[in-house]
Ligand binder design. Sequence first.
Ligand code: GTP
Ligand code: IMP
Ligand code: MG
Length: 355
Amino acid sequence: MVSIVVGGHYGDEGKGKIVSYLAQKDDPDVISRSGVGPNAGHTVWVDGKKYGLRMITCGFVNPNARLLIGAGVLVDPGRFLDEIKTTDTDGRIFIDQNCSIIEQKHKDEDKKDGGKIGTTGTGCGPAMSDRVMRTAKQAKEIPQLKDYVTDVPLQMNEAIDAGKKVLIEGTQGFGLSLYYGNYPYVTSKDTSASTAAADVGIGPTNVDDVYVIYKAYMSRVGKDPYIHYLDDKDVEGNTMWRNVLERAKKQGIEGENVNEIIATYLGEVGTVTGRPRKIGSFDFELARYSAKVNGATQICVTCLDKLFPECAGAKEKSQLSEQALDHVKAIEESVGVKATLISTGPDVYDVIDLR
Ligand code: GTP
Ligand code: IMP
Ligand code: MG
């Protein structure tokens, strides 16, 4: 049984949270990280402790799972070794021998972006470019990584052939895809489920489930002039947003404009960059398109509690308010796929599981 988790909008949809839930609930034998590299910032809360992960899959929360990083993923060795310590995963985490390495020069180069694309500055774009030019270093050449390198495709396929459960964690979101996003305001690689499978060396025929994750609203960190962000007019014309703004103001939150006030209220600050994210209304059209291209079999809606605080911590559908249910229904109807996981808080177990 192979499942892939990917983002359906512009990243930060809460993939980390969903992966950590699936890692606990479904108890996969192998959990692999696909995607671009350490530009991703996944946040997971377990037992009141916060982990901000950029290299290691959030599936680490399951202590019995073998953790892998696929050949398609860029590895920052310092960051990787640090995260092994914070997650205490030495002995069960491995990376593919062919992973490309991010060096200091790539980070320096990335920081010269000067706000043009608003990259994360983690060196991913320049390292990917070296890979394409065939001048990149690979994990097998790095002495500090020698205890961790393996053949990930072999391990993945052996696990699948043995009938084991496999979970694959994607990064970023569909709207940031090098192929399908608003080029050039995108990341350095495709972010869809097919690429996630290729990243870890398995064929499309092996994939059983694709979970596409959407936040109940939309957020974007970095530049994208093609997106329409929430403005005064949108808020005035929508009861849900008017209520959110009212609650933000009641808490004394201030800002230059409604978008900033709402972003602060929703706690939308970039995990990697620390930059405030911009907020948009749920993009139904992009969501539908992204579900199609990803081949979604299930969708997940996260952060419902941020828009509808009365739903915080709900674990049953019956605990949701009418407005929250209407919102989920509107998403399901426009995307055309059932929402099987609804996240109602940052903790791993704040989930309504309708699978
Ligand atoms: P990228 O790969 O960087 O795109 O990250 P991501 O999709 O894993 O999301 P990220 O962790 O960057 O952002 C999601 C944020 O929302 C984190 O701070 C989570 O703790 C939080 N979060 C996730 N689900 C929920 C939820 O249902 N409710 C609340 N209140 N917070 C949530
Ligand atoms: P890069 O991936 O660092 O090259 O950044 C390219 C664009 O993708 C920028 O707009 C970033 O803000 C955005 N981006 C990259 N990774 C993430 C992520 O994990 N979450 C949200 N946005 C991201
Ligand atoms: Mg993130």
